[in-house]
Ligand binder design. Structure first.
Ligand SMILES: Cc1cc2nc3c(=O)[nH]c(=O)nc-3n(C[C@H](O)[C@H](O)[C@H](O)COP(=O)(O)OP(=O)(O)OC[C@H]3O[C@@H](n4cnc5c(N)ncnc54)[C@H](O)[C@@H]3O)c2cc1C
Length: 218
């Protein structure tokens, strides 16, 4: 893969605590972004930092976001202001012998960059299709495409993945030798997003095949 700007990491996107868990490898960063479902996007408005949860899809080196044309976050982003986004996948809870060594297993990415507004109709449509397909692969071909009014009411931003870091923790607790005699269960509780049975709408949904589950949802 062609080198991206975040390999090697810039000083401000370098993980400092437990740096051995960090990665600046674009393939690893992209794999986590492609496995996640929610990005927490941050921006500064009127001098105050805000964080907003958003659906997203990665397209090449950009994190694509969308919302109402009047959305404050999208307005700030469209102005070219600096933003960051964090995607976290919780993989497990880690139980140690000491309170201090309890931990979580996770895969996370922090992206720093600036966004551009996507205005070309074909590009907007391509992203909105990708987002629908993120809910269920192939679904954008089955549903009615956005009409002109809906497209107009929707703002699409592409946040450049200029600088990014991944951090990954796996495995069991890292207990201290002097705690090994503490009489308590230790180990991991793996966790994942689990879907349950589909709940059809009462009209005609049962006549059609169920949507395929998305990546990252068991
Ligand atoms: C999983 C998930 C995915 C989402 N995906 C999208 C998306 O793709 N596009 C989209 O436009 N919106 C999405 N939303 C909704 C999004 O988080 C905002 O609520 C939405 O953008 C509307 O913001 P606003 O313009 O009303 O408020 P803003 O002007 O952005 O925020 C005003 C204030 O409202 C409060 N607030 C706003 N949103 C939330 C929230 N979610 N939870 C708690 N407090 C909040 C905060 O105090 C914030 O400072 C998603 C929410 C979730 C939880």
């Amino acid at each position: 893969m062609e080198k991206l700007g975040f390999e090697p990491a810039s000083p401000r996107s370098t993980v400092r605590r437990l740096a051995r868990r960090a990665s600046y490898d674009p393939e690893q960063v992209f794999a986590i972004l492609d496995a996640g479902l929610v990005a927490h996007v941050s921006f500064v408005h009127d001098g105050h930092p805000f964080v907003i949860p958003m659906a997203y899809a990665r397209q090449d080196r950009e994190l694509m976001l969308h919302g109402a044309a009047a959305s404050r976050m999208l307005e700030v982003g469209a102005s070219g202001a600096a933003m960051s986004a964090c995607v976290t996948i919780l993989d497990g809870l880690v139980y140690a012998r000491s309170a201090f060594h309890h931990s979580v297993n996770y895969r996370s990415v922090v992206v720093l960059g600036r966004a551009r507004e996507v205005t070309a109709e074909a590009d907007k449509r391509a992203f909105l299709d990708a987002l629908v397909d993120r809910f269920s692969p192939g679904r954008s071909r089955l549903v009615r495409a956005p009409n002109a009014k809906e497209l107009h009411a929707t703002r699409v931003l592409a946040l450049a993945i200029d600088e990014a870091s991944a951090k990954i923790r796996t495995g069991g607790p890292a207990d201290d030798a002097e705690d090994m005699g503490v009489p308590v269960w230790t180990g991991q509780l793996p966790v994942a997003i689990r879907s349950m049975s589909h709940i059809p709408t009462p009209d005609d949904a049962p006549r059609f095949p169920l949507p395929v589950r998305p990546r990252g949802v068991d």
